[in-house]
Design a protein around this ligand. Sequence first.
Ligand code: SF4
Length: 267
Amino acid sequence: MATPKIRSKTSTPQKSNHTPDGRAAPKPAAKPKRFKSAYTKAEMEEIFRRFSVQRPEPKGELEHVNPFTLVVAVALSAQATDAGVNKATRALFKIADTPEKMLALGEEGVTQYIKTIGLYRNKAKNVIALCRMLIDEFGSEVPKTREELIRLPGVGRKTANVVMSMAFGVPTLAVDTHVFRIANRLLMAPGKTPDEVEENLLKVIPDQYLFHAHHWLILHGRYCCKARKPECERCVIADLCRSPEKTVDVPAPLVELPQQLIGAAVE
Ligand code: SF4
């Protein structure tokens, strides 16, 4: 019977944590965090090609009449549904579609219009402060750069990205709750924070689809890959999807959707 070889404990030199002169070796620098998408470049192209066939001209569902009302609407939409914000802003924007008119309403006046929206007191305060800053520092115009936009009260990176994209046509990728969920659930661009997901998505979304990617992902998340229960049988990318949560492998027929369901079924 062959005797199993016993490896000598001294046969492999142990790594020393000390320098040759006996001092503790400095710790190696932390490696930059790497992320891995579950999809190849070709698969990402195919996923977004299908989204583009389904919704050739995707649009956001927040109602607005100019860049100013867009900033206000997006800022109000934090932790609220688009449908709920639209209900409140329809009347508000009819009488206050400029920073001057909004400022004239005052905090109490704005509050009366938006009190059906969560966190309305704080939001009304921010809207008034935002109007003041637009008038005092930006000649009543909405600024176009992210650095300037995020200086406005109540405007974070997500709002700035939405405004840059929708009002000024800059391809950005605002990460809202749907985009965050899809990127993680599909293992497309996993990340622990919206900023991390944004950074990772920007690396994997093909350039030619970047401009509309935000809306495609939101609409896919809102109407198909829903938070509680994804409707995989209606999903056009079911064959490509690598989510552990998916329930079917056969993709739904790829057709242009007749219309966007504005306001309906909004979570
Ligand atoms: S197959 Fe299911 S889990 Fe995957 S993207 Fe479609 S709806 Fe979401």
